[in-house]
Design a protein around this ligand. Structure first.
Ligand code: NAD
Length: 375
């Protein structure tokens, strides 16, 4: 397969934004594919974690390319998936169980493992054992992939694998792939990711399974979690700004001092980059993130500006805020693929803001309807 050599522009979205975001799944599939490389559309592709944020977008993009055998698997029942397409073979399976992994991967050519028990800082700080138990998913999927002669296996790792000592200042040096060692990753979640990506390497070296690993830096966008405790910073802060806008009470509580820095990658770049890495020759875990570094305060500024409001800020220093600074060094991905995630934060947040606001307005309308429906 060849890599996508299209330029780093986002012209796939020109005039198309409505179809990418349509509540109608068929309209979403009518948009051009984000990944423009060659596709063996007669392959059977399995997306694990398809009911989640990134998995749902990936299934959509595979269907757009014309794959007619896309198997979408998640522990949640399909009526709770963020996106569900009748064109895919949608299955509800607990992939911690070995037998389920073998069933999920029957006749599979390509496997994307995006399934994990995870969430934002509030979740991973307080659920370290649960995060580590996701190791069962990747272990059993790798064993099934090896035994069933899968052609290519993708694992979604995280920037949380990086050594904490290299992220102790907001003015951080971008993290390059070597900075994962000596190992001092995020407790719980990061250790599981580092172990699992290492396991992919040894399955490749010892058993000849073709494995590919991306280290995702924060991904955000529509059709993802924005409330309930598992949401990540961009969705959580966007929701809080909209709550302030809707209530007229223009105050916001920010976790930490607001000066911690991050880079945030829009979902379209993530879905495109994931497939480029899957079909590449890159055998080591590689960064997939933008290098547009912002403080959390600047992220709030962006959302507030889009909403057209000014906010009074309160900083809650008792809440988890993660490392002080984290950015992606994209030297390697540029060298390997001639491409890197580049959708500007402002552009991606505008789309995310519209989607979250629509969800919140719909939720409010439903609540009002159910109140009026009472006898
Ligand atoms: P998500 O929580 O929206 O999706 C994960 C999906 O996995 C969920 O739908 C969940 O139900 C499913 N799942 C959990 N346990 C399962 C099990 N036992 N069997 C089958 N399915 C199971 O998360 P996401 O944001 O889409 O992330 C996808 C992957 O990318 C994860 O591995 C995550 O760790 C990784 N990642 C995400 C980000 C990000 O910013 N979103 C950053 C770094 C890494």
């Amino acid at each position: 397969m060849q890599n996508d050599t299209s330029p780093h522009t986002n012209d796939h979205r020109d005039g198309q934004s409505n179809s990418y975001l349509s509540p109608d799944p068929d309209e979403r599939l009518a948009a051009p594919p984000l990944y423009q490389g060659d596709a063996d559309t007669d392959n059977t592709v399995v997306v694990c974690g398809a009911g989640g944020f990134i998995g749902g977008h990936l299934v959509a993009d595979l269907l757009r390319q014309g794959y007619d055998q896309v198997r979408a698997v998640d522990i949640k029942s399909p009526n709770r998936w963020f996106q569900k397409f009748p064109q895919a073979d949608n299955r509800s399976l607990d992939l911690r169980e070995k037998d389920n992994c073998y069933a999920a991967l029957a006749d599979a050519d390509q496997v994307y493992n995006l399934a994990a028990d995870m969430g934002g800082m509030g979740f991973i700080e307080n659920n370290k054992a649960l995060c580590m138990l996701s190791v069962r998913i990747n272990t059993h999927l790798l064993m099934a992939a090896r035994d069933m002669d899968v052609d290519r296996y993708f694992y979604s790792s995280s920037a949380c694998v990086y050594n904490a000592e290299k992220q102790d200042t907001p003015d951080v040096e971008p993290l390059s792939e070597e900075d994962a060692y000596p190992a001092l990753p995020e407790d719980g979640y990061g250790w599981e990711k580092l172990f699992s990506e290492r396991m992919c390497r040894h399955f490749r070296e010892d058993f000849g399974l073709t494995t590919r690993v991306a280290r995702y830096h924060n991904v955000y966008g529509p059709f993802g979690t924005y409330d309930g405790g598992r949401e990540k910073a961009p969705a959580a802060l966007t929701r809080k700004v909209i709550e302030a806008e809707m209530s007229g009470d223009h105050e916001i509580v920010i976790w930490g001092n607001g000066e911690q820095t991050r880079s945030f990658q829009y979902i379209d770049d993530c879905v495109k980059g994931t497939q480029m890495i899957m079909h590449s020759d890159i055998e080591y875990p590689i960064n997939l993130g933008t290098s547009e570094l912002v403080t959390i305060n600047e992220l709030v500024d962006t959302v507030a500006d889009i909403a057209g409001i000014e906010l009074e800020r309160e900083y809650d220093l008792t809440k988890p805020q993660g490392v002080d600074g984290r950015n992606s060094d994209n030297t390697k991905i540029q060298g390997e693929l001639g491409w890197e995630p580049s959708i500007p934060l402002r552009e991606g947040i505008e789309v995310t803001y519209e989607w979250i606001k629509d969800q919140m307005l719909e939720h409010r309308a439903q609540e009002e309807r159910s109140v009026f429906a009472l006898p």
